[in-house]
Design a protein around this ligand. Structure first.
Ligand SMILES: *Cc1c(COP(=O)(O)O)cnc(C)c1O
Length: 491
């Protein structure tokens, strides 16, 4: 006879509550999620920052007395409601953080409960095969032909970029895996644009080649990597005895949504025998929209691609992907022999995730992507991305009509702009004052950015398919008001 929960007698610990105790907790959690979804548009997008208040709220938690579960959950929901920037707010024009998909939220709850272990394939064959299926499906949609792609899920874009450095080093320097960077005779160097993501600096440090190995190549007047400058720098580095091994094309920079000239960079990589990596963390999702796809042309030539599902695919945080058309490279980079990992899958043509990626024990990242995609379909995603892109065009038009100057050039919905009434050092100060006013109002969240190392701008990105024409008009009006206020002399 099967063992039922009640026949197991008294609870041995407070860690696992009884079915009768659990039922109201699950209800309370679902209610908290629904309440948040219902009120988020009416909250301040960014709350005031008050660390002392938070420390005071946490002081009573010395964990000496057990708390009732409903009180604990109520406390967490209160803290998350009152003390965070709400990316799900339609007035959040921020850094690619999404309004998370319904199915993504459901997936994260299921993953927490079933808790598959994604280290060994044989422990969680379903989870491992769902992720492998998604790698093939997304790689196929974004760049690579069927059957040629490999990849792995990562915590986000930074880990995927770190993976790119490791695979490129492993490919270029056979001694790197065992001997480390000191076994490489010449200083390895890599190339990114001035506006590339700074995770490449961290990755260079973590790989042991150091941040000086990262060559930030100048950009043209549209903030795209200057390919002439790239070629010149590679020549100088070779002449100086360095060992170029990697060039990164960013397909949608974080600051300006800029697409580097992929085809020209791919030509250079081919001529110079460099690993070509496309950082398409956010912009890669444009590949799911037929009329935007051409902007990613050439990405199929990249040896590897970073893609972040927790950006434009709008799944909850912690879902990046590293994709590659070099099927053997992940094993070469990450495989180690252990005496304790399960061998049940030996003989099956499968890859153990722990021997195929950076993490070891890890959660089932792919389910939130799988369930979101299964329910929305490619069409559902194309529609959402299309709507956000149209909203970006609307914002650009409104700002231009109001006399702002658009300073970036991209088909994607990142709008960077300044005020032609200002110039020189005064410009940055004014733009920052305008952004402070808007964020302090609680109605919207925007930011300032510096493009190409020298051009200050205000940055507004459409990240939420729920952002409407009316929201964009409200932002336009708030910006006009803030501009008028900051152009008056301050006392
Ligand atoms: C966001 C971003 C990253 C870093 O990704 P995380 O998910 O934050 O780790 C890397 N590259 C680009 C272009 C990005 O926009």
């Amino acid at each position: 006879m099967g063992v039922t929960a009640s026949s197991r007698g008294a609870r041995p610990s407070r860690l696992h509550l009884s079915p009768a105790e659990r039922a109201p907790i699950w209800r309370q959690v679902v209610e908290a999620i629904e309440r948040y979804a219902g009120v988020v548009a009416d909250l301040r997008v960014a709350p005031p920052l008050d660390r002392e208040k938070l420390k005071a709220l946490l002081t009573p938690f010395d964990f000496s007395r057990p708390l009732a579960p409903e009180d604990a959950i109520r406390f967490a929901a209160m803290g998350l409601t009152e003390h965070q920037v709400h990316a799900a707010h339609p007035g959040y024009y921020g850094l690619f953080n999404p309004n998370p998909t319904t199915m993504g939220i459901a997936a994260d709850a299921l993953v927490g409960a079933f808790n598959p272990q994604l280290a060994a394939w044989s422990h969680s064959p379903f989870a491992a095969e769902v992720e492998a299926h998604l790698v093939r499906a997304l790689a196929g949609r974004l760049a690579y032909g069927p059957g040629t792609a490999d990849g792995c899920f990562t915590s986000g874009g930074a880990e995927a970029n770190h993976t790119a450095l490791l695979t490129a080093l492993t490919d270029a320097f056979p001694a790197f895996g065992s001997g480390g960077a000191r076994a490489v005779a010449a200083q390895p160097v890599l190339y990114v644009s001035l506006d590339a993501h700074d995770s490449f600096l961290k990755a260079a440090r973590l790989c042991g080649i150091g941040t000086d190995a990262v060559r930030a190549i100048a950009v043209d007047d549209a903030f795209r990597m200057d390919v002439g400058a790239l070629v010149a720098r590679i020549g100088q580095d070779r002449a100086a005895g360095c060992a170029p091994f990697l060039v990164v094309a960013t397909m949608g920079t974080t600051g300006g949504g800029t697409l580097d000239p992929m085809a020209a960079i791919a030509d250079v990589a081919e001529r110079e025998s460099l690993w070509l990596h496309a950082d398409a963390a956010w912009g890669g999702a444009a590949g799911l929209v037929p009329e935007l796809r051409d902007h990613l042309a050439g990405m199929e030539r990249a040896d590897s691609i970073t893609f972040d599902a927790h950006k434009w695919l709008s799944v909850p945080m912690g879902a990046g992907m590293f994709l590659t058309r070099r099927p053997e490279i992940l094993e070469r980079t990450f495989r180690v022999a252990t005496g304790y990992m399960p061998r049940d899958a030996e003989g099956l043509p499968v890859a153990d995730p722990y021997a195929h990626s950076m993490q070891w024990s890890r959660r089932f990242i792919g389910l939130k992507v799988f369930l979101s995609l299964a329910v929305a379909g490619w069409e559902g995603y194309a529609d959402a991305i299309r709507a956000m892109t149209a909203m970006g065009d609307h914002l650009r038009a409104r700002l231009t009509a109001d006399g702002w100057r658009i300073v970036n050039r991209t088909p994607l919905p990142v709008v960077c702009f300044d005020d032609p009434a200002s110039s020189g050092p005064e410009m940055k100060v004014r733009l920052e004052a305008i952004v402070r006013d808007i964020v302090a109002s609680g109605a919207a969240w925007i930011s300032t950015v510096t493009l190409g190392g020298t051009t200050p701008a205000i940055r507004a990105c459409i990240t939420n398919p729920e952002t409407t024409d009316a929201d964009v008009e409200a932002l336009g009006s708030a910006l006009a008001t803030a501009r008028a206020a900051t152009s008056r002399p301050r006392l």
